[in-house]
Design a protein around this ligand. Structure first.
Ligand code: HEC
Length: 158
């Protein structure tokens, strides 16, 4: 019986080594200051995808890192500062696009920083007159500050 356990030990070690190296998505992270220390402090407990897939702003990263510290992440203040710089630079939120013909009034409002009245005006206009085709079409919407739309034109989808 004891011998049997010995035989099991080697495959277990090999699988462990494979998990650490073979399936390691950390290697694909963008290079930059703070990468090494982030790997060192954050790589022990979970997969790279957990961190990478968690795109958010700097303030939210501060909160996440605090949660990790209370979950047992260890490091010095300077190290966590370097982690914060790295993740907030490389895993910042992707500016979402907004489809002006399909988004609800609530989505237009929160997504584009419009007032309730402006968002409702967009929905009313497209319901009455049909889909917007270009940025210029948005100029025709009464009660809408066109400058707000122009400033975010790269995020608008028609
Ligand atoms: C001691 C283990 C440990 C370390 C070290 C650690 N984490 Fe975590 N992390 C966890 C656990 C456990 C969870 C799952 C907690 C949960 O979602 O409730 C988690 C979840 C996360 C999540 C997902 C949070 C969510 O709301 O889904 C992110 C992002 C994250 N960690 C980032 C980091 C970063 C960045 C570091 C390095 C500073 C780090 N972690 C270090 C244990 C750790």
């Amino acid at each position: 019986m004891i011998q049997y356990i010995k035989y099991l030990r080697l495959p277990a070690l090999l699988i462990g080594a494979w998990l650490l190296t073979g399936s390691n998505a950390f290697a694909q992270w963008p290079d930059g200051p703070g990468k090494d220390v982030t790997l060192q402090l954050c790589g022990n407990c979970h997969d790279a995808d957990v961190i990478q897939g968690h795109r958010q702003g700097r303030d939210e990263w501060v909160a996440t890192i605090q949660t990790m510290i209370s979950s047992g992440a260890e490091g010095t203040e300077d190290q966590f500062k370097a982690v914060l710089d790295y993740v907030s630079k490389n895993f910042a939120p992707v500016a979402a696009t907004i489809n002006v013909n399909q988004a609800s009034a609530a989505e237009l409002g929160s997504g584009l920083g419009l007032s309730e009245k402006e968002a409702a005006a967009i929905v009313k206009y497209r319901t009455d007159k049909g889909s917007f085709k270009t940025l210029e079409d948005l100029k025709k919407v009464p009660d809408l500050d066109f400058k707000k739309m122009e400033a975010q034109k790269d995020r608008l989808v028609f």
